[in-house]
Design a protein around this ligand. Structure first.
Ligand SMILES: *Cc1c(COP(=O)(O)O)cnc(C)c1O
Length: 408
Protein backbone atom coordinates (compact mmCIF):
# COMPACT_ATOMS: atom_id res chain seq x y z
CA UNK A 1 0.00 0.00 0.00
CA UNK A 2 2.76 2.45 0.96
CA UNK A 3 4.91 1.60 -2.09
CA UNK A 4 1.92 1.83 -4.44
CA UNK A 5 0.64 5.10 -3.00
CA UNK A 6 4.10 6.62 -2.92
CA UNK A 7 4.94 5.41 -6.45
CA UNK A 8 1.65 6.87 -7.70
CA UNK A 9 2.44 10.17 -5.96
CA UNK A 10 5.88 10.27 -7.59
CA UNK A 11 4.34 9.52 -11.00
CA UNK A 12 1.90 12.43 -10.55
CA UNK A 13 4.74 14.65 -9.41
CA UNK A 14 6.79 13.78 -12.51
CA UNK A 15 3.79 14.41 -14.74
CA UNK A 16 2.66 17.80 -13.50
CA UNK A 17 4.90 19.41 -10.91
CA UNK A 18 7.78 21.52 -12.13
CA UNK A 19 11.04 19.96 -11.15
CA UNK A 20 12.13 21.93 -8.07
CA UNK A 21 11.83 19.63 -5.07
CA UNK A 22 13.27 16.13 -5.67
CA UNK A 23 11.36 12.95 -4.77
CA UNK A 24 10.55 12.76 -1.06
CA UNK A 25 10.60 9.19 0.33
CA UNK A 26 7.44 9.59 2.41
CA UNK A 27 4.10 11.32 2.05
CA UNK A 28 2.15 12.49 5.08
CA UNK A 29 -1.62 12.47 5.11
CA UNK A 30 -2.43 13.66 8.65
CA UNK A 31 -0.93 15.55 11.57
CA UNK A 32 -1.88 15.97 15.22
CA UNK A 33 0.33 17.75 17.71
CA UNK A 34 3.90 16.50 17.31
CA UNK A 35 2.80 13.44 15.31
CA UNK A 36 2.65 13.04 11.53
CA UNK A 37 1.01 10.03 9.88
CA UNK A 38 2.11 8.67 6.50
CA UNK A 39 0.18 6.85 3.76
CA UNK A 40 0.53 3.48 5.55
CA UNK A 41 -0.68 4.74 8.91
CA UNK A 42 2.86 4.84 10.31
CA UNK A 43 3.33 7.64 12.85
CA UNK A 44 6.40 9.89 13.01
CA UNK A 45 7.61 12.29 15.69
CA UNK A 46 7.94 15.67 13.99
CA UNK A 47 11.04 17.55 15.17
CA UNK A 48 11.18 19.84 12.14
CA UNK A 49 7.68 21.42 12.21
CA UNK A 50 7.57 21.92 8.45
CA UNK A 51 10.74 24.03 8.67
CA UNK A 52 9.88 25.91 11.88
CA UNK A 53 6.31 26.62 10.77
CA UNK A 54 3.84 24.48 12.74
CA UNK A 55 5.10 25.78 16.05
CA UNK A 56 1.92 24.89 17.96
CA UNK A 57 2.01 21.39 16.49
CA UNK A 58 -0.26 20.07 13.77
CA UNK A 59 -3.97 20.84 13.88
CA UNK A 60 -3.94 23.02 16.98
CA UNK A 61 -7.60 23.43 18.04
CA UNK A 62 -7.29 27.18 18.74
CA UNK A 63 -6.08 27.83 15.19
CA UNK A 64 -8.65 25.48 13.67
CA UNK A 65 -11.44 27.22 15.57
CA UNK A 66 -10.26 30.71 14.63
CA UNK A 67 -9.90 29.78 10.97
CA UNK A 68 -13.28 28.01 10.82
CA UNK A 69 -15.08 30.94 12.44
CA UNK A 70 -13.43 33.45 10.11
CA UNK A 71 -14.13 31.26 7.05
CA UNK A 72 -17.82 31.43 7.92
CA UNK A 73 -17.66 35.20 8.49
CA UNK A 74 -15.50 36.83 5.80
CA UNK A 75 -12.65 35.39 3.73
CA UNK A 76 -11.39 38.20 1.52
CA UNK A 77 -12.06 41.81 0.58
CA UNK A 78 -8.72 43.01 -0.93
CA UNK A 79 -6.93 46.02 0.49
CA UNK A 80 -9.48 48.40 -0.97
CA UNK A 81 -11.16 47.84 2.40
CA UNK A 82 -10.04 47.41 6.00
CA UNK A 83 -10.81 44.19 7.85
CA UNK A 84 -10.88 43.65 11.58
CA UNK A 85 -8.55 40.63 11.94
CA UNK A 86 -5.81 42.49 10.04
CA UNK A 87 -6.13 45.58 12.28
CA UNK A 88 -6.10 43.49 15.44
CA UNK A 89 -3.14 41.41 14.27
CA UNK A 90 -1.12 44.55 13.49
CA UNK A 91 -1.86 45.68 17.04
CA UNK A 92 -0.76 42.28 18.42
CA UNK A 93 2.47 42.32 16.39
CA UNK A 94 3.44 45.81 17.56
CA UNK A 95 2.79 44.59 21.12
CA UNK A 96 4.95 41.44 20.89
CA UNK A 97 7.72 43.41 19.15
CA UNK A 98 7.59 45.84 22.10
CA UNK A 99 7.14 48.76 19.71
CA UNK A 100 4.40 51.25 20.64
CA UNK A 101 5.00 53.01 17.33
CA UNK A 102 5.28 49.74 15.36
CA UNK A 103 3.57 49.65 11.95
CA UNK A 104 2.98 46.58 9.80
CA UNK A 105 2.75 45.66 6.12
CA UNK A 106 1.24 42.22 5.53
CA UNK A 107 2.64 39.85 2.90
CA UNK A 108 2.20 36.14 2.08
CA UNK A 109 5.48 34.53 3.13
CA UNK A 110 9.04 35.21 4.21
CA UNK A 111 10.29 36.30 0.81
CA UNK A 112 7.45 38.77 0.26
CA UNK A 113 7.88 40.15 3.80
CA UNK A 114 11.56 40.74 2.95
CA UNK A 115 10.60 42.26 -0.42
CA UNK A 116 8.46 44.76 1.48
CA UNK A 117 11.32 45.53 3.88
CA UNK A 118 13.78 46.01 1.01
CA UNK A 119 11.38 48.27 -0.90
CA UNK A 120 10.85 50.24 2.33
CA UNK A 121 14.63 50.58 2.70
CA UNK A 122 14.94 51.67 -0.93
CA UNK A 123 12.38 54.44 -0.31
CA UNK A 124 14.15 55.36 2.94
CA UNK A 125 17.44 55.68 1.06
CA UNK A 126 16.12 57.51 -1.98
CA UNK A 127 14.47 60.08 0.27
CA UNK A 128 18.01 60.99 1.41
CA UNK A 129 19.98 60.69 -1.83
CA UNK A 130 19.50 59.24 -5.35
CA UNK A 131 22.40 56.80 -4.95
CA UNK A 132 21.48 55.52 -1.49
CA UNK A 133 20.20 52.16 -2.72
CA UNK A 134 22.76 49.56 -1.63
CA UNK A 135 22.07 46.77 0.86
CA UNK A 136 24.64 44.91 2.94
CA UNK A 137 23.99 41.23 3.71
CA UNK A 138 26.02 38.42 5.24
CA UNK A 139 27.60 35.28 3.83
CA UNK A 140 25.49 32.22 4.59
CA UNK A 141 22.32 34.26 4.98
CA UNK A 142 18.96 33.21 3.57
CA UNK A 143 16.24 35.73 2.79
CA UNK A 144 14.07 34.04 0.13
CA UNK A 145 13.96 32.90 -3.48
CA UNK A 146 12.29 35.73 -5.37
CA UNK A 147 14.74 37.61 -7.62
CA UNK A 148 15.19 40.42 -5.09
CA UNK A 149 15.49 38.25 -1.97
CA UNK A 150 17.67 35.78 -3.87
CA UNK A 151 20.09 38.60 -4.59
CA UNK A 152 20.07 39.51 -0.88
CA UNK A 153 20.77 35.88 0.06
CA UNK A 154 24.47 35.38 0.79
CA UNK A 155 24.77 31.99 -0.88
CA UNK A 156 26.42 32.44 -4.31
CA UNK A 157 25.60 28.87 -5.38
CA UNK A 158 21.90 29.80 -5.32
CA UNK A 159 22.60 32.75 -7.66
CA UNK A 160 24.63 30.84 -10.21
CA UNK A 161 21.84 29.58 -12.46
CA UNK A 162 20.07 32.97 -12.43
CA UNK A 163 22.84 35.44 -13.23
CA UNK A 164 23.11 38.30 -13.71
CA UNK A 165 21.97 39.77 -10.41
CA UNK A 166 21.08 43.49 -10.40
CA UNK A 167 24.16 44.48 -8.40
CA UNK A 168 22.87 46.47 -5.41
CA UNK A 169 23.98 44.00 -2.70
CA UNK A 170 27.30 43.91 -0.83
CA UNK A 171 27.95 40.65 1.02
CA UNK A 172 30.38 40.42 3.94
CA UNK A 173 31.48 37.43 6.06
CA UNK A 174 28.95 36.65 8.80
CA UNK A 175 31.67 36.74 11.47
CA UNK A 176 33.63 39.86 10.54
CA UNK A 177 32.36 43.03 12.28
CA UNK A 178 35.15 45.19 10.79
CA UNK A 179 34.27 44.08 7.25
CA UNK A 180 30.61 44.83 7.94
CA UNK A 181 31.37 48.35 9.17
CA UNK A 182 33.65 48.96 6.18
CA UNK A 183 30.97 47.79 3.73
CA UNK A 184 28.31 50.19 5.03
CA UNK A 185 28.69 53.58 3.33
CA UNK A 186 26.54 56.62 2.63
CA UNK A 187 25.18 54.66 -0.33
CA UNK A 188 23.82 51.94 1.95
CA UNK A 189 20.09 52.11 2.68
CA UNK A 190 19.92 48.92 4.79
CA UNK A 191 21.77 46.11 6.48
CA UNK A 192 19.76 42.88 6.36
CA UNK A 193 20.63 39.96 8.64
CA UNK A 194 19.32 37.07 10.77
CA UNK A 195 20.23 36.87 14.50
CA UNK A 196 20.53 33.11 14.01
CA UNK A 197 21.16 32.09 10.41
CA UNK A 198 18.62 29.31 9.87
CA UNK A 199 19.16 27.85 6.40
CA UNK A 200 22.82 28.84 6.71
CA UNK A 201 23.31 26.10 9.31
CA UNK A 202 21.68 27.36 12.56
CA UNK A 203 24.48 29.83 13.21
CA UNK A 204 23.96 32.56 15.83
CA UNK A 205 25.66 35.86 15.02
CA UNK A 206 28.08 37.23 17.59
CA UNK A 207 27.01 40.22 19.72
CA UNK A 208 29.93 42.11 18.12
CA UNK A 209 28.45 41.53 14.66
CA UNK A 210 25.03 42.82 15.72
CA UNK A 211 26.55 45.84 17.49
CA UNK A 212 28.63 46.64 14.40
CA UNK A 213 25.53 46.49 12.22
CA UNK A 214 23.60 48.83 14.51
CA UNK A 215 26.53 51.25 14.75
CA UNK A 216 27.14 51.32 11.00
CA UNK A 217 23.45 51.89 10.25
CA UNK A 218 23.27 54.77 12.73
CA UNK A 219 26.39 56.34 11.32
CA UNK A 220 25.18 56.24 7.72
CA UNK A 221 21.42 56.71 8.04
CA UNK A 222 20.66 53.14 6.96
CA UNK A 223 17.96 50.85 8.31
CA UNK A 224 18.83 47.73 10.27
CA UNK A 225 16.46 45.01 9.08
CA UNK A 226 16.43 41.80 11.09
CA UNK A 227 14.94 38.84 9.26
CA UNK A 228 12.96 36.99 11.96
CA UNK A 229 11.16 34.77 9.46
CA UNK A 230 12.59 31.62 11.04
CA UNK A 231 13.62 32.90 14.49
CA UNK A 232 10.44 34.84 15.26
CA UNK A 233 7.19 33.92 17.00
CA UNK A 234 8.82 32.42 20.08
CA UNK A 235 11.09 29.96 18.29
CA UNK A 236 14.20 31.11 20.18
CA UNK A 237 12.52 31.57 23.58
CA UNK A 238 11.49 35.21 23.22
CA UNK A 239 8.91 36.53 20.77
CA UNK A 240 11.75 37.65 18.52
CA UNK A 241 15.43 36.72 18.57
CA UNK A 242 16.57 40.36 18.63
CA UNK A 243 14.93 40.68 22.05
CA UNK A 244 17.76 38.56 23.49
CA UNK A 245 20.38 40.90 22.05
CA UNK A 246 21.56 44.42 22.83
CA UNK A 247 20.38 45.79 19.48
CA UNK A 248 17.05 47.21 18.42
CA UNK A 249 16.41 46.91 14.68
CA UNK A 250 14.39 49.45 12.66
CA UNK A 251 12.49 46.74 10.80
CA UNK A 252 11.80 43.05 11.38
CA UNK A 253 10.23 40.53 9.05
CA UNK A 254 8.15 37.58 10.21
CA UNK A 255 6.50 34.68 8.41
CA UNK A 256 6.98 30.93 8.86
CA UNK A 257 5.30 30.22 12.23
CA UNK A 258 3.12 33.32 12.29
CA UNK A 259 -0.09 31.47 11.35
CA UNK A 260 0.99 27.91 12.26
CA UNK A 261 1.06 26.71 8.65
CA UNK A 262 -1.16 29.13 6.74
CA UNK A 263 0.72 31.41 4.34
CA UNK A 264 1.36 34.85 5.82
CA UNK A 265 4.24 37.28 6.18
CA UNK A 266 4.69 40.61 7.90
CA UNK A 267 7.15 43.48 7.74
CA UNK A 268 7.14 45.47 10.98
CA UNK A 269 8.79 48.90 11.17
CA UNK A 270 9.34 51.36 14.00
CA UNK A 271 10.56 54.94 14.31
CA UNK A 272 11.67 56.75 11.18
CA UNK A 273 11.28 53.56 9.12
CA UNK A 274 7.49 53.87 9.47
CA UNK A 275 7.62 57.05 7.38
CA UNK A 276 9.24 55.63 4.24
CA UNK A 277 6.11 54.33 2.46
CA UNK A 278 3.35 56.49 1.07
CA UNK A 279 0.03 55.38 -0.40
CA UNK A 280 0.67 53.58 -3.70
CA UNK A 281 4.27 52.59 -2.88
CA UNK A 282 3.52 48.94 -2.14
CA UNK A 283 0.55 46.57 -2.17
CA UNK A 284 -0.45 42.95 -2.46
CA UNK A 285 -3.85 41.39 -3.09
CA UNK A 286 -3.86 38.83 -0.28
CA UNK A 287 -1.97 40.89 2.32
CA UNK A 288 -3.69 40.86 5.70
CA UNK A 289 -6.22 38.28 4.56
CA UNK A 290 -8.85 37.88 7.32
CA UNK A 291 -8.49 34.08 7.60
CA UNK A 292 -4.70 33.99 7.91
CA UNK A 293 -4.82 37.03 10.20
CA UNK A 294 -7.33 35.25 12.46
CA UNK A 295 -5.03 32.20 12.53
CA UNK A 296 -2.06 34.37 13.50
CA UNK A 297 -4.04 36.03 16.29
CA UNK A 298 -4.88 32.56 17.63
CA UNK A 299 -1.17 31.66 17.52
CA UNK A 300 -0.18 34.72 19.55
CA UNK A 301 -3.00 34.14 22.04
CA UNK A 302 -2.04 30.47 22.47
CA UNK A 303 1.68 31.17 22.96
CA UNK A 304 0.71 33.71 25.63
CA UNK A 305 -2.01 31.70 27.39
CA UNK A 306 -0.05 28.44 27.41
CA UNK A 307 3.17 30.20 28.45
CA UNK A 308 5.04 28.49 25.63
CA UNK A 309 8.08 30.77 25.76
CA UNK A 310 8.85 29.23 29.15
CA UNK A 311 8.47 25.76 27.67
CA UNK A 312 10.88 26.65 24.85
CA UNK A 313 13.60 27.55 27.34
CA UNK A 314 12.97 24.45 29.48
CA UNK A 315 12.93 22.07 26.50
CA UNK A 316 16.07 23.69 25.08
CA UNK A 317 17.92 23.04 28.34
CA UNK A 318 16.61 19.47 28.41
CA UNK A 319 17.60 18.86 24.79
CA UNK A 320 21.09 20.25 25.24
CA UNK A 321 21.50 18.19 28.42
CA UNK A 322 20.40 14.97 26.74
CA UNK A 323 22.60 15.54 23.68
CA UNK A 324 25.48 16.06 26.14
CA UNK A 325 24.89 12.57 27.54
CA UNK A 326 25.29 10.90 24.11
CA UNK A 327 28.35 8.68 23.71
CA UNK A 328 31.21 10.83 22.29
CA UNK A 329 31.87 7.98 19.82
CA UNK A 330 28.60 8.98 18.07
CA UNK A 331 30.40 12.06 16.74
CA UNK A 332 28.29 14.99 17.93
CA UNK A 333 30.67 17.94 18.10
CA UNK A 334 28.24 20.37 19.71
CA UNK A 335 24.88 22.10 19.61
CA UNK A 336 24.37 25.56 18.09
CA UNK A 337 21.33 27.80 18.09
CA UNK A 338 18.80 29.36 20.44
CA UNK A 339 15.64 28.06 22.03
CA UNK A 340 14.08 25.34 19.89
CA UNK A 341 16.01 26.25 16.77
CA UNK A 342 19.01 24.01 17.30
CA UNK A 343 21.72 22.66 15.04
CA UNK A 344 23.50 19.47 15.99
CA UNK A 345 27.04 19.82 14.73
CA UNK A 346 28.40 16.47 13.47
CA UNK A 347 32.11 15.64 13.31
CA UNK A 348 31.71 13.63 10.08
CA UNK A 349 29.89 14.83 6.92
CA UNK A 350 27.02 12.45 7.63
CA UNK A 351 24.07 14.82 8.12
CA UNK A 352 22.03 13.42 5.23
CA UNK A 353 22.64 9.84 6.39
CA UNK A 354 21.62 10.74 9.94
CA UNK A 355 18.45 12.44 8.67
CA UNK A 356 17.56 9.26 6.75
CA UNK A 357 18.40 6.99 9.68
CA UNK A 358 16.15 9.12 11.92
CA UNK A 359 13.30 8.93 9.43
CA UNK A 360 13.69 5.15 9.20
CA UNK A 361 13.17 5.23 12.98
CA UNK A 362 10.17 7.53 12.55
CA UNK A 363 11.71 10.79 13.68
CA UNK A 364 11.60 13.77 11.30
CA UNK A 365 14.65 16.06 11.48
CA UNK A 366 16.44 18.00 8.72
CA UNK A 367 20.01 17.98 7.45
CA UNK A 368 21.49 21.37 6.53
CA UNK A 369 24.74 20.97 4.63
CA UNK A 370 26.97 18.00 5.40
CA UNK A 371 27.61 18.54 9.10
CA UNK A 372 24.43 19.90 10.68
CA UNK A 373 21.12 18.38 11.78
CA UNK A 374 18.42 20.98 12.41
CA UNK A 375 16.00 20.35 15.27
CA UNK A 376 12.90 22.56 15.41
CA UNK A 377 10.16 20.76 17.34
CA UNK A 378 6.90 22.58 18.13
CA UNK A 379 7.12 25.11 20.96
CA UNK A 380 4.72 22.98 23.02
CA UNK A 381 6.76 19.78 22.66
CA UNK A 382 6.68 17.71 25.86
CA UNK A 383 9.63 16.47 27.89
CA UNK A 384 8.64 12.87 27.07
CA UNK A 385 8.72 13.66 23.35
CA UNK A 386 12.16 15.27 23.71
CA UNK A 387 13.46 12.20 25.52
CA UNK A 388 12.02 9.89 22.84
CA UNK A 389 13.51 11.99 20.05
CA UNK A 390 17.00 12.01 21.55
CA UNK A 391 16.87 8.25 22.11
CA UNK A 392 15.96 7.75 18.44
CA UNK A 393 18.63 10.23 17.40
CA UNK A 394 21.22 8.31 19.43
CA UNK A 395 20.21 5.06 17.69
CA UNK A 396 20.36 6.73 14.29
CA UNK A 397 23.79 8.24 14.99
CA UNK A 398 25.04 4.81 16.12
CA UNK A 399 23.71 3.16 12.96
CA UNK A 400 25.41 5.77 10.76
CA UNK A 401 28.67 5.65 12.75
CA UNK A 402 28.74 1.85 12.30
CA UNK A 403 28.75 2.28 8.51
CA UNK A 404 30.99 5.36 8.27
CA UNK A 405 33.55 5.29 11.07
CA UNK A 406 35.87 7.90 9.51
CA UNK A 407 35.66 11.50 10.67
CA UNK A 408 36.08 14.42 8.32
C1 LIG B 1 12.31 30.55 5.07
C2 LIG B 1 12.99 31.85 5.17
C3 LIG B 1 12.72 32.89 4.27
C4 LIG B 1 11.83 32.71 3.07
O1 LIG B 1 10.52 32.44 3.45
P1 LIG B 1 9.49 31.87 2.37
O2 LIG B 1 8.22 31.80 3.14
O3 LIG B 1 10.01 30.55 1.93
O4 LIG B 1 9.45 32.84 1.25
C5 LIG B 1 13.32 34.12 4.47
N1 LIG B 1 14.15 34.31 5.50
C6 LIG B 1 14.44 33.34 6.39
C7 LIG B 1 15.37 33.63 7.53
C8 LIG B 1 13.89 32.07 6.25
O5 LIG B 1 14.19 31.10 7.11
Amino acid sequence: MNETTLAAAHAKQDAHLLDTYGSPPVMFVRGKGTVLTDTTGQEYLDFLSGLAVTSLGHGHPAVTAAVSAQMRTLVHTSNLFLTEPMLDLADDLAWIAGWDDGKVFFAQCGATANEAALKLARRHGLAQSPDKIRVVTLSGSFHGRTMVTLEATGQPEKHERFLPMAGWVDTVPYDDPAALEAAVTDQTCAVLLECVQGEGGVRPLSPEMLAAARRACDEHGALLIIDEVQTGMGRTGTWFAFQQTAVEPDVITVAKALANGLPIGACIARGQATKAFQPGDHATTFGGNPVTAAAARAVIRTITEEDLLTNVTAREAQLRGLVGTLDPALGVAGVRGRGLLLGLDLEAPTAKAVEIACRERFLVVGAIGDHTIRLAPPLNVSDVEVRTAITILGDALAAVAAVTPERA
